[in-house]
Design a protein around this ligand. Structure first.
Ligand code: SF4
Length: 182
């Protein structure tokens, strides 16, 4: 069975000239987060698709995932940090492709915790027999924003959150001319 731990990510900043963020590193961080005690069992049983792209292009297919993220940047009081736009409820079925709803932007280092909160929201709010695909299509974006409220707000003062996951230096948008790596 496909589970939440089977995260798909495009190459991102690892090798793509167009990348804004390190999408593969985020994928690894989500997988690691879902192994912790408060999420392990749930993540192993929820058959959802998480897909990540390191920029608004769609090589990671974030737009057609139950839970999708695409990388970008946001400036808070002069500090620019890596963020991900959350897309919910996309997919592909016999009727064709359905793009997910863009819900909220989340600071990159907070995304693994956001995924856990989304898993827990599914567990508490789903209807009987409702699969994640149906749930994330149906759920009210306001309910999701409220669920993720603890992760909103400016980055930590020490600028740890200004460094992308998988990187050691401050965040620099370093896109170059060239083609996507996917
Ligand atoms: S261009 Fe494609 S491979 Fe490169 S970061 Fe964007 S989505 Fe990923």
């Amino acid at each position: 069975m496909h589970t939440a731990r089977d995260v798909v990510a495009c190459p991102g900043a690892e090798s793509c000239n167009l990348a804004v963020t390190s999408s593969r590193a985020l994928g690894a961080a989500i997988t690691e987060r879902l192994e912790k005690d408060d999420a392990r069992e749930l993540a192993a049983s929820v058959d959802t698709a998480i897909k990540i792209s390191g920029c608004p292009n769609s090589c990671g297919q974030h737009h057609v995932a139950d839970i999708g993220f695409h990388g970008g940047a946001k400036t808070f009081g002069g500090l620019t940090v890596p963020v991900y736009q959350l897309h919910l409820g996309g997919g592909v079925d016999e009727r064709g492709a359905r793009f997910g709803k863009q819900v909220v932007k989340i600071i990159a280092r907070r995304v693994p915790d956001a995924v856990v909160l989304l898993m827990k929201l599914y567990e508490t709010d789903r209807k009987e027999s409702e699969r994640p695909r149906q749930f994330f299509q149906r759920v009210d974006p306001k309910r999701v924003t409220a669920t993720l409220a603890s992760l909103a707000g400016p980055p930590e003062a020490q600028a740890h959150e200004a460094i992308d996951i998988g990187e050691t230096q401050g965040f620099v948008i370093d896109t170059k001319e060239g083609e996507c790596a996917a």
